[in-house]
Design a protein around this ligand. Structure first.
Ligand SMILES: Nc1ncnc2c1ncn2[C@@H]1O[C@H](COP(=O)(O)OP(=O)(O)OP(=O)(O)O)[C@@H](O)[C@H]1O
Ligand SMILES: [Mg+2]
Length: 234
């Protein structure tokens, strides 16, 4: 079983990378967004011209949908880099898990993926629930995407009393990761997916970091992956 540990050194490199990615994004993203909106607007205008043949219509549609994809990546990048106006409240993480499972039920059913939850009673944490939701959604999305069809996603929660922390694990029976992927996961734009942006795990690492928690990943190629998150109570 290959393990991705947040050792101090790795953590330092990662937070440097996070900072660089954030600065880069903040400086450049707005500048890219405006001309992009103009280009898209004109393409849409041209697409509606009557003289266009069917073939040309198709090409215009392709250009417009590619521009939309770039817009998606940019929005995602902005969300990743945006400093958090955190709204901290006391809440039970088990309630968030329940919501999120409900949210993913239909897409899981479609792929014959079973979502099993094994949740123990937890003390409340004082965090921003939207941020935690974002982490869970990104991880569940990855787990579901890693399972072609027929798989099991097991979500467990526990209270680790002596460490005063809540532990949440997500375990999939998907494709797993090789060592290279495990080392690069969370690096800005690192993706092995055709339509991936490679920002999902970067966001997760950043949020967990800001909460003072930890995120560890264990994976075995062909067998599956486990994400272990801890969140401090208080
Ligand atoms: N549960 C998993 N099983 C196997 N590989 C995974 C899993 N989660 C992440 N990965 C690998 O890590 C890479 C980075 O994940 P990350 O979520 O950051 O980006 P992504 O899923 O590719 O794109 P997106 O920005 O849409 O999330 C993935 O492309 C995939 O190779
Ligand atoms: Mg992802």
């Amino acid at each position: 079983m290959v393990e991705h540990k947040n050792s101090l050194e790795k953590e330092l490199i990662r937070s440097e990378k996070l900072k660089t990615a954030g600065q880069l994004a903040a400086g450049v993203v707005h500048e890219i967004r405006n001309p992009l909106t103009t280009i898209k607007g004109f393409m849409q205008l041209f697409q509606n011209k009557e003289h266009l043949g069917q073939e040309d219509q198709k090409y215009y549609q392709l250009i417009i949908s590619e521009i939309s994809r770039i817009e998606g990546i940019i929005t995602e990048l902005l969300n990743t880099a945006k400093p958090n106006a955190s709204k901290e409240v006391n809440f039970d993480i088990n309630n968030i898990i329940e919501d999120i499972v409900l949210l993913h039920k239909s897409i899981a059913d479609e792929k014959s993926i079973e979502i099993v939850t094994d949740c123990y009673s937890l003390p409340e944490v004082k965090q921003d629930p939207d941020q935690i939701k974002k982490v869970f959604i990104n991880i569940i999305k990855n787990c579901i995407e890693a399972m072609d069809k027929k798989g099991v996603l097991t979500i467990t929660t526990n209270y680790i009393k002596d460490k005063e922390e809540v532990e949440i694990t997500f375990k999939d029976t998907g494709c797993g990761m090789d060592e290279e992927t495990l080392n690069k996961i969370g690096t800005p734009f690192y993706t092995t997916k055709e339509a991936g942006t490679g920002l999902g795990m970067l966001t997760c690492f950043r949020i967990v970091d800001e909460m003072g928690g930890s995120l560890n990943i264990k994976s075995k190629l062909g067998e599956g992956t486990t994400f272990i998150i801890t969140v401090p109570v208080n």
